[in-house]
Ligand binder design. Structure first.
Ligand code: FES
Ligand code: MG
Length: 601
């Protein structure tokens, strides 16, 4: 059966020199033997020679969903609607698996797999006859992995979010995935619920297919994929089971075929302006501290200069508008009904805070897509004049402890401020005694040990938790106070570390410290008992010892063979440790950065 695409020849007509890259496989007159081999194998499941040689765009569906990745599993269903869209627009869909990443299932940490998934997807997008790709995003690291790969290869690409789960409920109250576990643990410790009650309460927060319904890393990264222009407008926040999710899947399929005809590529969309927009949106939504790592990584693969300081420069002053747990009260369904990402972007545009000329996947600019978007429920998305918090972005700190670390200062509680930041002569600085842990196991083992003499003036340090030390970087920097302090009413101590922090935790930690101890950063020289000074106003964090003593300690550390961390347990752990950079610069595989726009001829 012959179903010619309406715009079949548009690619050649618009630009005589350009042709679909899949033609090199399926219709290569210079190499008829290979063409025949490619054709017969892609025909063996039912595609016809006519289809493959008709000049129709071949569209990959990069499938991140599987039984192993429940957050993204609904993409197996959505892909059916994507295929229908691709077919209706005159393209041919080819679906293939992406290395799974499940945030809650992968040991030692899902962070380890972002770059592996990236690497695998680059190879697929480059090495097979694909003219464009639909990136099925969702669970935390699946989004950056897919975007980074599309950026490196630079064929037309569009992201499709799987959508958040429905709201969780328990006894009439919203329970948010990821965040409820902190509360449930405290309830079990107080004897209010038993173990079965604990599991039931935690499970109530995940009532349907989809990703975490809180403002964790998943909601953050899916929102930012839209803010960057890589998703159809309004596509990020639709809950996974809603019918609108099926609709946008179909539209995504239609649109990617047009993008191939227009040759609209990631490099046309992922400009510096787009990244600045995403930084601003990240503050306004109360986005995860993982966002700078992932966006800095993406920027490096697409060849845009983006630094950790840009996050403070463009993001720090932006107020928090989105009232989602853990910072606020509501969940994913509420976010969608309140207007989702368009409402937030419309509000920022009103205050002249977005680069409205930035291009997006629908072929229109940010200004064209979002200027008229309005807030539909101002309890959930606050107007700019009535924010949840002022200055919701990140502050960058540096000193002899590290060359950079970030802190979300807006989550500092009044008690914390009173205890640490109330010296009238020095209102945003404090000095504390360091207690140092080497990795999460050491911390769990020793936190309640009275010999550490932890008190209200202690600063807890976590090192050995960065991309090399704990391969992939563990989400362990926010540490609880020891039980005996909890009983005195002191629940949170300042925490600093070279690891990450879960996007679903609201602690005011200083994290993502680079370089990490395992890469010879200043944290490796720190000793329990050292005095450390933090100055939030100046943005400094220093061990209060002389440069001479620091140099002595460094000499001693080097003589002892450097900072010791656990051995690798898998081949990938070793390979990643060999080539990974620091979080400040995205924790990318450094040798990969020079391969940019590799599909461009
Ligand atoms: Fe997958 Fe939260 S664990 S999105
Ligand atoms: Mg996480």
């Amino acid at each position: 059966e012959k179903t010619p695409s309406p715009n079949q020849n548009a690619v050649q007509e618009q630009d005589g020199s350009r042709q679909l890259r899949s033609k090199a496989w399926f219709d290569n007159l210079a190499n008829p033997d290979m063409t025949a081999l490619y054709l017969e194998r892609y025909m063996n499941f039912g595609l016809s020679q006519e289809e493959l040689q008709s000049g129709r765009p071949i569209i990959g569906i990069a499938q991140t969903g599987s039984d192993l990745s429940p957050c993204n599993r609904h993409h197996l269903e959505l892909a059916k609607r994507v295929r229908e869209g691709i077919r209706d627009a005159g393209g041919i869909a080819i679906e293939f698996p992406v290395h799974p990443i499940q945030e809650t299932g992968k040991r030692p940490t899902a962070g380890l797999d972002r770059n592996l998934s990236y690497l695998g997807l680059v190879e697929v997008l480059y090495g097979y006859p694909l003219d464009g790709v639909v990136l099925t995003i969702g669970c935390d690291k699946t989004t950056p992995a897919c975007l980074m790969a599309a950026a490196t290869v630079n064929i037309p690409a569009i992201a499709l979010s799987v959508g958040p789960m429905l709201n969780g409920w328990f006894r009439g109250e919203r329970t948010g995935s990821g965040t409820i576990v902190w509360k449930a643990r405290e309830m079990m410790a107080r004897g209010e619920i038993d173990y079965q009650g604990f599991v039931k309460l935690v499970a109530s927060s995940a009532p349907s297919t989809g990703y975490c319904n809180t403002m964790g890393t998943a909601t953050t990264m899916n929102s930012l994929a839209e803010a960057l222009g890589m998703q159809l407008p309004g596509g990020a926040a639709i809950p996974a089971p809603y019918r609108d999710r099926q609709e946008v899947s179909y539209e995504t399929g239609l649109r990617i075929v047009e993008m191939v005809r227009e040759d609209l590529k990631p490099s046309d969309i992922l400009t510096k302006d787009a990244f600045i927009n995403a930084i601003r949106v990240n503050s306004a939504i109360g986005g995860s501290t993982n966002a700078p790592i992932h966006l800095n990584a993406l920027a490096r693969h697409v060849g845009v200069e983006l630094t950790v300081d840009d996050w403070q420069t463009y993001g720090e002053e932006i107020p928090l508008l989105v009232n989602l747990q853990p910072a606020g009260e509501y969940l994913g369904e509420d976010y969608y009904h309140a207007g989702g990402v368009p409402a937030v972007m419309g509000e920022l545009i009103k205050h002249d805070l977005l680069n409205t000329s930035a291009m997006t996947v629908n072929g229109k600019t940010v200004g064209e897509n979002y200027t008229t978007a309005t807030i539909e429920d101002d309890k959930v998305i606050r107007p700019f004049e009535r924010p949840l918090r002022e200055r919701a972005g990140f502050r960058v700190l540096r000193g002899n402890l590290f060359s950079s670390a970030i802190m979300k200062t807006s989550v500092i509680s009044p008690e914390f401020r009173q205890r640490y930041l109330s010296n009238p002569n020095d209102p945003e600085a404090f000095v504390g005694r360091a207690v140092v842990f080497d990795g999460p196991e050491d911390y769990h083992h020793r936190i309640d040990d009275p010999a550490l003499a932890i008190d209200a003036s202690t600063i807890l340090f976590m090192r050995g938790a960065g991309p090399i030390g704990y391969p992939g970087a563990a989400e362990v920097v926010n540490m609880r106070a020891p039980d005996y302090l909890l009983k005195q009413g002191i629940s949170s101590l300042p925490c600093i570390g070279d690891g990450r922090q879960s996007g679903t935790s609201g602690s005011p930690s200083i994290l993502n410290a680079s370089p990490e101890a395992a890469a010879g950063g200043g944290l490796a020289l720190l000793k329990t008992g050292d005095q450390v000074r933090i100055d939030l106003k100046k943005g400094t964090a220093d061990i209060l010892i002389s440069d001479d003593e620091l140099a002595e300690r460094r000499k001693a550390l080097e003589a002892a063979g450097g900072y010791v961390y656990p051995e690798s347990q898998t081949p990938w752990q070793e390979i990643q440790r060999t080539y990974v950079g620091q979080m400040e610069t995205g924790a990318v595989l450094e040798p990969a950065v020079k391969y940019q726009r590799i599909a461009q001829t």
